[in-house]
Design a protein around this ligand. Structure first.
Ligand code: NDP
Ligand code: PYC
Length: 338
């Protein structure tokens, strides 16, 4: 049994923020990045929690993310609002554009936020959850690194391209799903590699295209899309909408630009927000009440909603703190002394 140390969410936030400030990241960005990482740990999304600190510091050390970038909001009054992250982290860029996006979606029923040239290391549920808290439904998508073979292929071409959706629920946590379009996120495979455990069958093929459960062979081979041709098509859509359409990197270009998969990817991101009340106005029906008819029926047949595990983990962390292993605490100490 490894020994664990419990930190409050606030205490962990301070430690993570200090690590990024010490690495030269300007305060507002360090806070936005730390909020994201600690929220991942708090919600027990380990693949995008403190494990990501090392990767972020590596990109900073390589000079491939700008520590003092100030996100620039470009709002021409149209449905599409842009934030240029200026080669900084995506998280402060989203925070810089969030209010304008929400306001435009309420005005027009529909609005989009384009984030340009950002380093993207995080989960996407942060975006859609924030918008759901403002009463909006939303989609968030971005390319990643070309680690995934298309269905029927065996060489990396598509990214692990995440997709998240959020829907507001009156008086309770929103309906949120957020997943990689690969069978598993690359971070999950990396965690298996570190733990010395095999990955489940069906996640990846080796460099010769043969199925593998060896995390090292998976990381040098190709990951697989979820749902065969269906996941492959959704992933391709993400490349087109959040890469080609924005004039930002697709996953293959991101990989080339960063010089391989050792550094986290830089590319753009697309967040689309919908005001349910505007869409339903002429129907005379309450869209959120209609949504509840569906969402409340899940439990009756023993099914759970996506994010239900995450919200339960959050409640526990907020009440009891976040338990970190000795190795994780040592790592935080090391990063702080850096
Ligand atoms: P998971 O497979 O762990 O989970 C995906 C979603 O499915 C979650 O919303 C989860 O909710 C839900 N879910 C899981 N099991 C069930 C179930 N039995 N019933 C109902 N819902 C369920 O996600 P991935 O490994 O694919 O992705 C992990 C993270 O990686 C994502 O947050 C994604 O944004 C991020 N990512 C980021 C990338 C980037 O470039 N920035 C690239 C790829 C991935 P719950 O959490 O409650 O279990
Ligand atoms: O887990 O695949 C992943 C990932 C890539 C970039 C950030 N997360």
């Amino acid at each position: 049994m490894t020994e664990e140390t419990t930190l409050s969410v606030e205490a962990l936030f301070e430690r993570v923020r200090n690590i990024f400030e010490k690495a030269g990241v300007r305060l507002q960005s360090a806070e936005a990045v730390a909020r994201t990482i600690v929220a991942g740990e708090r919600d027990h999304c380990k693949s995008h929690g403190i494990y990501r600190i090392e990767g972020c510091l590596r990109v900073l050390a390589a000079g491939k993310v700008s520590p003092d970038a100030v996100p620039q909001l470009h709002d021409s009054g149209k449905a599409v609002i842009e934030v240029d992250a200026g080669s900084g982290f995506s998280n402060p860029a989203f925070e810089a554009g969030k209010a304008a996006l929400a306001e435009r979606a309420r005005q027009s029923g529909l609005a989009a936020l384009v984030i340009r040239d950002c380093l993207h290391f995080s989960a996407l549920w942060h975006d859609v959850e924030a918008l759901a808290e403002m009463g909006l439904a939303s989609l968030s998508l971005c390319p990643s690194y070309a680690f995934v073979a298309p269905a029927g292929g065996k060489e990396p071409l598509l990214g692990t391209n995440p997709l998240a959706f959020g829907w507001p629920r009156p008086g309770q946590n929103p309906y949120v799903f957020d997943f990689a379009t690969s069978v598993a996120a690359r971070g999950e495979i990396e965690l298996h590699r570190r733990a010395g455990t095999p990955i489940p069958e069906g996640w990846a093929v080796d460099k010769d295209g043969a199925p593998t459960t060896d995390p090292d062979a998976a990381l040098t081979g190709a990951m697989l899309p979820f749902g065969a041709h269906k996941g492959s098509a959704i992933s391709t859509m993400i490349e087109l909408l959040a890469g080609a359409m924005l004039g930002e990197f697709m996953s293959r270009e991101a990989l080339d630009f960063m010089g391989g998969g050792a550094l986290l990817p830089r590319h753009g991101a697309l967040i689309v927000a919908f005001d349910p009340a505007t869409f339903a106005a002429r129907s005379g029906r309450d869209p959120l009440a209609e949504g509840e008819k569906l969402l409340t029926a899940f439990g009756a047949q023993g099914a759970r909603l996506p994010s239900q595990r995450r919200f339960a983990a959050r409640a526990k962390s907020l009440a009891e703190g976040i338990a970190l292993t000795e190795a994780e605490m040592d790592q935080l100490d090391r990063f702080e002394q850096h």
